[in-house]
Ligand binder design. Sequence first.
Ligand SMILES: Nc1ncnc2c1ncn2[C@@H]1O[C@H](COP(=O)(O)OP(=O)(O)OP(=O)(O)O)[C@@H](O)[C@H]1O
Ligand SMILES: [Mg+2]
Length: 254
Amino acid sequence: MSLLELKDATIRFGGLIAVNTVSFAVEEGDLFGLIGPNGAGKTTCFNLITGVYKPTSGKILFKGQEVGGLAPNKIAEKGIARTFQNIRLFSSLSVLDNVVVGGFLRHKTGLLSALGYMPSAIKETEELRQQAMHWLEVMDLTDVAHHQSGDLPYGKQRRLEIARAMATNPDLLLLDEPAAGMNPQESEDLRATVRRLRDEFGRTVLLIEHDMKFVMNLCEKIVVLDHGEEIAQGGPAEVRNNPQVIAAYLGEPV
Ligand SMILES: Nc1ncnc2c1ncn2[C@@H]1O[C@H](COP(=O)(O)OP(=O)(O)OP(=O)(O)O)[C@@H](O)[C@H]1O
Ligand SMILES: [Mg+2]
């Protein structure tokens, strides 16, 4: 059984078919890339997988169960976490509290308790804080744990989003353009960290990225979308040399 399977997943927005009969399977332990030109339907796929949109037709199976059309919180509880193309942090909260807020999702403790406003749940809150500090360490953010998250440079905000997603203890992590806006060194460091999330922490990763070096050096399997349709699927070398992929990117280096 695949961890995640899209079977002819389709969504229409009025006259536009943003994702058109897309099928692919992500196995446990995969580092899987979803690529394609702007407007190809990549983020919409994430929105279908995470319950932001209900598929017009087709199926989305997670651990063999249909999740297409379930509420986002129900899908998150099953073990899928994501980051966003446009960073979504609580910019006035500290870095640490942003991650604690992520962690409360799979915990009994309510949000207010998690942030320390209710003394009844201090023990559990302490566990959440320790978990949060652990993911901050993995994402190399320990030194800024008590900074206001809105004050962080962009690359660190992107890493913080990943720490927050990891605090929900997901089996499947979806990253929407994690390297966007990063310089080459930051992007290389992030590549090593994402690999570590799989190798050391056993997580499965499905990521969208325009940085081809990042994708080709990290992902073992890649699906390519163009205008909502899947045009190629395979390993990096296979995909890079596919004439349809080259044509879709119209000369952009792949
Ligand atoms: N809620 C919506 N209503 C109408 N159209 C939408 C909606 N969401 C996405 N679309 C359209 O679906 C298409 C695919 O958008 P999507 O954001 O999935 O592309 P993408 O592959 O993530 O592109 P990019 O690389 O630019 O982020 C686009 O034409 C977009 O305008
Ligand atoms: Mg997108």
